[in-house]
Design a protein around this ligand. Structure first.
Ligand code: HEC
Length: 189
């Protein structure tokens, strides 16, 4: 009997890395999708800022950010989005799982964690189906982020923001803060 128990235990232990390894592909794919999403957003933002400053660039974030997110989501068959504890667009409000991960990121940052590599993933059950979920922290850079998310936002930028986002909570950030996170849900079955 004792030997059987030991075998079960050993088997259990041996099986653990296999289970953990089974989402390795999803992690790699999620990282690539985030890189793609972030690269596209940044490219459009930088080009628009150059072409017409922050007021012009607002239309990129306002119109293009959700479009880029849906294009990648559609291509992949996943949900790819951005979220934050302080959202500008109410459509980016975190769900309970995302909120808990964002809070975990804040705690990790307070403990000296590096935002550049901060990520979290898990397999969760949603409506009885397994879903792989992945999040990656988005750091706030001084340039260009603070022009639209900082404390000293130019009046003409603030006016457009007031108009587009009457419930805007994404102001008052400082360089080095966590602005939010990329978030991905991949159905596994
Ligand atoms: C030109 C103004 C502008 C600049 C510069 C800017 N943003 Fe934004 N940001 C916006 C707007 C507008 C939205 C709302 C987009 C939407 O409607 O989905 C937004 C939304 C976001 C969101 C999604 C969560 C939310 O609050 O709704 C994140 C994350 C974000 N920005 C991060 C950044 C980071 C990081 C930078 C710097 C690299 C940056 N932004 C620079 C205007 C800007």
């Amino acid at each position: 009997m004792k030997r059987v128990m030991t075998l079960v235990l050993l088997f259990g232990l041996a099986a653990a890395p296999v289970v953990a390894g089974s989402t390795a592909d999803q992690v790699v794919e999620s990282r690539a999708a985030v890189k793609d999403f972030a690269g596209k957003l940044k490219g459009e933002l930088v080009a628009a800022l150059k072409a017409g400053g922050p007021v012009r660039a607002l239309s990129v974030c306002n119109l293009r950010a959700p479009m880029v997110a849906s294009a990648i989501s559609e291509k992949k068959g996943w949900r790819v989005a951005r979220t934050s504890l302080k959202v500008r667009n109410p459509g980016n409000e975190p769900d309970a799982w995302e909120r808990s991960v964002l809070e975990r990121f804040e705690a990790r940052k307070a403990a000296g964690g590096d935002l550049k590599t901060m990520e979290f993933h898990a397999v969760v059950s949603e409506d009885g189906k397994k879903v792989f979920r992945y999040m990656k922290a988005i750091p706030t850079a001084e340039k260009p982020c603070l022009a639209c998310h900082g404390t000293a936002i130019a009046p003409e930028v603030a006016a457009v923001l007031d108009d587009l986002y009457p419930d805007d909570r994404a102001r008052g950030f400082k360089a080095g803060d966590i602005r939010g996170a990329f978030t991905i849900s991949q159905p596994l079955e």
